[in-house]
Design a protein around this ligand. Structure first.
Ligand code: GLU
Length: 417
């Protein structure tokens, strides 16, 4: 069996969408290659005096439609193909929701749980210094991703600003609100997942109330989505984090569980209430009507897909479903709302944050959430219509909408020189 390469997954999906559109090769050839790839070695002085060197990356996939945009991930398993795929997915995500950005992504090969706060800060500052020639509010704007957060974004903003000699809030999004972050940003990806879940249920004639859902991941995406879906009246029957999963077919007490996790707890240690512990595979294949994979790539493999019981998948994570699994799910009649639409809420509110920064304005919660909903539902409709027009899947619909916008931008700009 060939090993999983997320960038190959991306390329295959693009080729499939281009084929349906009968798009000439010249129109999308460039989109298959990241514009720039930077690899850096990051020396960090550890608290005990040793020097450790970490590998880092920043990939700029496309700047055709605007500055590159995308998060920074801290994870021990990152490699260049993963960062390239994550950057490319950002390009398509920004295009499908029609915000004026291209796509980029950064990563450092590190498990931040093994670092002290000061080590993490030194690592972040040195990494920022090393990618500094690439980033900037008009060039490439990082944001949080797996294992990075508002505090880390604050350090990036400060480091960049120190080099410039003045404060540049718009260099990064997902910052603390006190230094130019936007209200509503930290919950935005989960909020987008909730809006999309309600919309797809609505389109399928399924009531939201009491419909069962399983959420893989209890971090910034899964955790927030679980809370919001619960608030909307859905029955969250399964939830997992890195330590394991919990299940109760009558519904979990999500506010209680999430308060425990948000206070730093792990699900394997949770004991409060009625539920059974389940494995990752049991979570993915449980009886829930809706499955929200909101953890890592490559979770719904062909093998898992065959055992899946959910009728609807809303991809909170980036790239959770392999190309092979996608085909199986399609044959099984499972509706998959693709990542580039389902989890776009985060980058949409990142865009609002950047807009506020460059205009020195602040928006309130109501304005952020209202505008987010407008953009997400508009994108949903465009994807839905494209899917019907071409008699295809939602993933293909999303890729087609994005690909047409990207090809259009390339055509209008032309190829330099
Ligand atoms: N890391 C998030 C994503 O994958 C957000 C990116 C951003 O806000 O720039 O969509």
């Amino acid at each position: 069996m060939k090993s999983y390469n997320p960038y190959d997954n991306f390329l295959e999906t693009v080729e499939a969408a281009a084929a349906i559109l009968e798009m000439p090769k010249n129109d999308y050839e460039a989109i298959k290659y990241p514009e720039r790839e930077l690899k850096v070695a990051i020396p960090v002085e550890m608290d005990d005096g040793r020097v450790k060197v970490f590998e880092g990356y920043r990939v700029q996939h496309s700047s055709s439609r605007g500055p590159c945009k995308g998060g920074i991930r801290y994870h021990p398993d990152v490699d260049i193909d993963e960062v390239k795929a994550l950057a490319a997915w950002m390009t398509f995500k920004c295009a499908v929701v029609n915000i004026p950005y291209g796509g980029g992504k950064g990563a450092v090969g590190v498990d931040p749980a093994l670092l002290s706060k000061n080590e993490l800060k030194r690592l972040t500052r040195r990494y920022t210094a090393m990618i500094l020639p690439l980033i900037g509010p008009e060039k490439d704007i990082p944001a949080p991703d797996i294992n990075t957060n508002a505090e880390i974004m604050g350090w990036i903003m400060d480091t960049y600003s120190m080099f410039k000699g003045y404060t540049v809030p718009g260099v990064v999004t997902g910052k603390p609100v006190g230094i130019g972050g936007s209200v509503g940003r930290s919950a935005a990806t989960g909020r987008g997942v909730m809006l999309i879940t309600k919309e797809i249920l609505h389109r399928m004639g399924t009531p939201v109330y009491d419909t069962t859902v399983a959420v893989q991941g209890a971090g910034n995406v899964g955790g927030v989505a679980a809370r919001l879906l619960h608030n909307e009246g859905m029955k969250v029957i399964a939830l997992s984090d890195v330590s394991g999963g919990v299940f109760n077919k009558r519904g979990l007490d999500i506010p209680k569980i999430m308060d425990f996790i948000d206070a730093g707890g792990f699900l394997k240690d949770y004991e409060n209430g009625e539920f059974e512990y389940i494995s990752n595979e049991e979570l993915l294949t449980c009886e829930a009507h809706v499955l929200v994979p909101a953890a890592m790539e490559n979770q719904i493999t062909a093998e898992i897909a065959k055992k899946l019981k959910a009728k609807v998948i809303v991809e909170g994570a980036n790239g959770p479903t392999t190309v092979e699994a996608d085909k199986i799910l399609n044959d099984m009649g499972v509706i998959v709302v693709p990542d580039i639409l389902a989890n776009a809420g985060g980058v949409v509110v990142s865009y609002f944050e950047w807009v506020q920064n460059i205009q020195s304005l602040t928006w309130d919660f109501d304005e952020v959430n209202r505008t987010l909903e407008k953009i997400i539902i508009r994108a949903f409709n465009e994807v839905w219509d494209k899917m019907h027009e071409k008699k295809s899947t939602m993933r293909m619909g999303a890729y087609m909408v994005a690909l047409e916008r990207l090809a259009d931008a390339k055509k209008i700009r032309g190829i330099f020189p």
